[in-house]
Design a protein around this ligand. Structure first.
Ligand SMILES: Cc1ncc(COP(=O)(O)O)c(C=O)c1O
Length: 381
């Protein structure tokens, strides 16, 4: 469904439907039976979406996605535990920062800006360090857009008898994952990414036995997912003030997600957006950071044009004037920017984005999107 506002080509918050926005036009009592039923429906549906009935429970957490990540690490990694963080971008690095704050032990397999962690290297680290109790992986590392190989990592983590925590913030809802096939203790996500809700809470799908065994781990009352879950199980209520309007919007978003064909349907649309966007941008001379094998249907990093007249802020402002909010890059070395494929975007919007990029390049006096390394190679040939 179209909206009249600028389209967000970002990894979230994203462009939502009018009906999701309209679902917020009612006030709810957080203790009321109607709202308790809404929370129960939300949790039940999310557990179903990972085939987690009987093994996993859903614990919602107020705040942005990072709150849910911090709560999960604090609740599941014991004070005497040790975490292996598979880093290849900003969100893996952020988990390291969280562990620093928590004062708990961790090591990192740091692959730099965008190389994927592979099973053999993870297995070698686990075999060499029996103190590691948990492994954390970012499903889609949104800073580059890479879709990390979660299945092969989960397999070695299970083989080595350790516990896996997946930050699937930007992937869950559009990338299928089954708790029956992939062994994980926690999968973390939030309302405002592939489910196309509005921002205000995250949620964690946690193995019930791991959650029950976590007593005493959390360093903080408000971040204790065990306490949150126990209170929810006992009363049907969130422990502290829930974002009621966001929950109402999320239920509408879940309905629309199901109508689109659930995870498979949403994946198909995002994948189509990605392929159309990448093909069109390549025609304009742009290059993707990643080879096709690693591109996610979530967000794509493009190298910035190497032409002297290119300036990201000008490009951004001119794209915005044409109705598209784009996203800066997050690489430490190369100049880049990102275009998201998620949210209320369809062929019509993707084609309009491509037209806008072409028009803005022309306005800026830039012949095409060729990045610096392509221009340098051409000059020295
Ligand atoms: C993979 C991943 N993890 C964590 C986060 C943090 O979420 P938030 O910005 O909502 O705190 C994001 C946000 O984009 C993300 O993409």
């Amino acid at each position: 469904m179209k909206t009249e506002q600028p389209y967000l080509l970002t990894p979230g918050p994203i462009t939502t439907t009018q009906s999701v926005k309209q679902a917020m036009l009612q006030d709810w009592g957080s203790w009321d039976a109607d709202f308790r039923a809404m929370t129960a429906r939300l949790c039940q549906r999310l557990v179903e979406l990972i085939d987690g009935e009987g093994s996993h429970v859903c614990v919602p957490m107020q705040g942005s996605g990072t709150f849910a990540v911090e709560a999960t690490l604090a609740t599941l990694v014991p004070k005497e535990g040790k975490l292996l963080i598979l880093m290849n971008g900003a969100y893996g690095q952020r988990m390291g920062k969280i562990m620093d704050y928590l004062g708990r032990d961790y090591v990192a397999l740091d692959k730099g800006d965008y190389a994927p962690p592979r099973a053999d290297e993870v297995e070698a680290m686990l075999a060499a360090d029996p103190a590691i109790t948990h492994v954390a992986l970012v499903h889609c590392e949104t800073s580059s857009g890479i879709l990390n190989p979660v299945e092969e990592i989960a397999e070695v983590v299970a083989r080595q008898g350790r516990r896996l925590i997946i930050d699937s913030m930007s992937a869950f809802g559009a990338v299928a994952i089954s708790a029956k096939e992939v062994a994980f203790d926690a999968l973390i996500s939030s309302a405002n990414k592939c489910f196309e809700g509005v921002p205000g809470f995250g949620f964690v799908l946690i193995r019930q036995s791991a959650l029950e065994a976590s007593k005493g781990n959390a360093h903080s009352l408000s971040m204790d997912l065990l306490d949150q879950w126990q209170y929810l199980a006992k009363t049907g209520q969130w422990r502290y003030t829930p974002p009621t309007h966001v929950v109402a919007a999320f239920l509408q978003a879940l309905k629309e997600h199901a109508e689109e064909g659930g995870i498979a349907g949403r994946h198909a649309r995002y994948q189509r957006n990605q392929q159309r966007l990448v093909a069109g941008m390549r025609q304009l001379g742009f290059e993707t950071l990643l080879s096709d094998e690693w591109l996610s249907p979530i967000i794509i990093t493009f190298f910035s044009p190497g032409h002297d007249s290119f300036d990201f802020q000008t490009f951004y402002d001119r794209m915005k004037a044409r109705g598209f909010i784009i996203y800066p890059g997050k690489l430490t070395e190369a100049e880049s920017f990102r275009l998201g494929c998620i949210g209320q975007l369809y062929d019509e919007q993707i084609d309009a984005v491509l037209e806008a990029v072409a028009a803005v390049l022309e306005e800026m006096g830039i012949p095409d999107g060729a990045p610096a390394h392509v221009l340098e190679a051409a000059a020295s040939a």
